[in-house]
Design a protein around this ligand. Sequence first.
Ligand code: ACO
Length: 401
Amino acid sequence: AIDIKTLRASTGMITIDPGYKNTGSCESAITYLDGEKGILRYRGYAIEDLAEKASFLEVAYLLIFGELPNKEQLDKFHADIKANSEVDEDLKKIVDSFPRSAHPMGILSSLTSALTAFNPSSVDINSEEDMYKAIVKIMGKFPVLAAWTLRKINAKPYDYGDSSLGYEENMLYMMFKKPNESYVPNQTVVDALDKLLILHADHEQNCSASTVRIVGSSHASLFVSLAAGVSALWGPLHGGANQAVIEMLEGIKADGGDTAKYMEKAKDKNDPFRLMGFGHRVYKNFDPRARIIKKAADDVLGDLGVEDPVLDIAKGLEKQALEDPYFVDRKLYPNVDFYSGIIYRALGIPTEMFTVMFALGRLPGWIAQWREMRLRKEPIGRPRQVYVGETHREFKPLEQR
Ligand code: ACO
């Protein structure tokens, strides 16, 4: 629905569009999506093809630099990332200072921000070469930080990865390798993770990408801009939905599995409960990523021999929602996160890490958005407002109030 008001402010005409439902913030050549037709393309390539045929690092390169890499370019990109995948030992002290009960997204945001202090050369970006150096640094270090957040909450020693492994394999290695034991990631798990990361890699001007662009538009460093993106992603209306979905499904299961009861709660306007994983700001017919992921959930659970009653509850909710006029009229369909949590669970990733996994996937998208914004020399992001508060008031000293 169009909900734009144009109001006269003291300095001219100001357009109010709450939530930016109809307002573009930039021109972009990274991700194309058509919410009505359920189309998602990265740099012109269909998400279905990329999820099926490309690796996450190829997609990362495509998003950031605009073209699919050839073998040589991909090898160089990976080698440069590997060469930058150690972080300063002092960062371990920062990780140590968090309580074990801290949410991993809070830790990850803080560590990403702290990286700036340990990598001062990444702050001043004056050329594409500076940009490239900062990009491979964060692509290398971010998975280390993400893995350490899990090691912190599991009270396991922090470790670096194994540079002989692929990018996603190494993520799993860094998260799950136990001291004095070998760890060989299961290929089904690696493939599923690769697909999930690709599906999450970019989604044009969503809340976190817009955050990264607007913070970066002040020429704050790449790493703090990304830290702000991590914070934006944490919220349950955005990336935090994947954790919220599983918690909701588990709650329904613990309450006897009565999905119809929860459908009614979701429809009740006096009840704050929302069906997590349903609805999307842009997709109003279906989320193409949800289609891919639903099939992947079936495949992964089948391959790993996992029977998950939560998947049955998810399918039951989806079936009821597709037949319910409340959901049909409002065009509310399962989004990508309705099924991603089920896969992450099957891969052995703890629930509170789901949004961190999303962040690992979204990293190249955020970087691509930031790089595009800087290369286009976009001005500082600075929305206007229409002031509706008190007009001029006489000041009263404290003793007269
Ligand atoms: N359950 C029940 N009702 C819903 C839901 C839901 N999940 N989502 C939207 N609605 C209803 C709203 O109450 C509203 O009803 P009304 O017209 O009677 O007032 C109508 O549908 C439109 O909803 P809005 O909130 O205006 O839609 P908006 O585009 O602002 O929000 C959002 C989109 C945030 C995704 C919303 O659908 C939601 O909260 N979903 C659940 C959280 C979620 O899954 N987030 C993940 C998003 S995808 C991602 O980040 C990867």
